[in-house]
Design a protein around this ligand. Sequence first.
Ligand code: PEP
Ligand code: MN
Length: 336
Amino acid sequence: MLIVMHRKASRKHIDAVTLAVKKMGLTAKSIPGSQRTAIGVLGNKGYIDDSNIRYLPGVKEVIHVTKPYKMVSRDFHPRETLIKVGDSEIGKGKKPVVIAGPCAVESEDQIVKTAVAVKRMGADLLRGGAFKPRTGPHTFQGLKKEGLILLALAKKETGLPVVTEVMTPENVELVDQYADVLQVGARNMQNFDLLRELGRIKKPVLLKRGMSATIEEFLGAAEYIYAEGNHKVILCERGIRTFETATRYSLDLSVIPLVNELSHLPLIVDPSHATGKRSLVPPMAKAALVAGAHGIMVEVHPEPDKALSDGPQSLTIEEFGKLMEEIKNLISFLGF
Ligand code: PEP
Ligand code: MN
């Protein structure tokens, strides 16, 4: 960490900052410049909480060298994290995975029909929400426990591992009994109690990027789960909110190579929630794979026009089949 002092900071100010650093058990090294003094802080093992320093008189700026997401960063862990789910391994160097299924579990017929179809077409995992985070309280909120039971049934029919969302720390235990991967939705990315609870389970967690989260915040959220002891964290880019309203969100594809540089965790992309529009899903799914995503998650519904949530962005089973054909060619072109 580097503490940059104001040009007019006095000796007393510099001494007070030096003392504050020492009180934290760290070493302060004064670096006098022609315009101002900077103080280098040495001896830290991780990110430093600068709240005792940042507002001291004479301090202009505090620059952190160590990121708040040490454990999920490559500095700490240069090897790739590979996460095994069912027959798939998710991560760098492995064949990209395809997670497919409806936005929400609506009925036995709907989820089993979708699961059987996506399995036949080559999907690796089944998705489906039982607990749904909806913008308004008067819309379909999911079948909750009944939805989990139906997902288990669809898994039994097809062998596909199941990805489903958990919204509260209280429900982690319940969802953990049914899910192979527990999803944290975009709206919950900074629900720190939930993240901590998920850090104590053994199953992988699919952490979606908050719609207005920076990469630092995204990786900081992953750090919460990781630091608690669960190292099976899969990141998911699902679009961020920008000024653009023609698409539901803006799919930030540049985070794929960026996160691959910064972190050893696998990253997948959800083009369905990102675009909100069915016709845009296949091209963005393919773009994500070309950019280096370790998988994609797409919404598929047997009758999107009748879907209880996110119909406009859900692919029909036929459209999903066509996408899978195109993806197969692309994946072999990419060398898998
Ligand atoms: C979902 O994947 O079901 C979902 C609600 O997505 P997000 O949290 O990205 O909005
Ligand atoms: Mn959805």
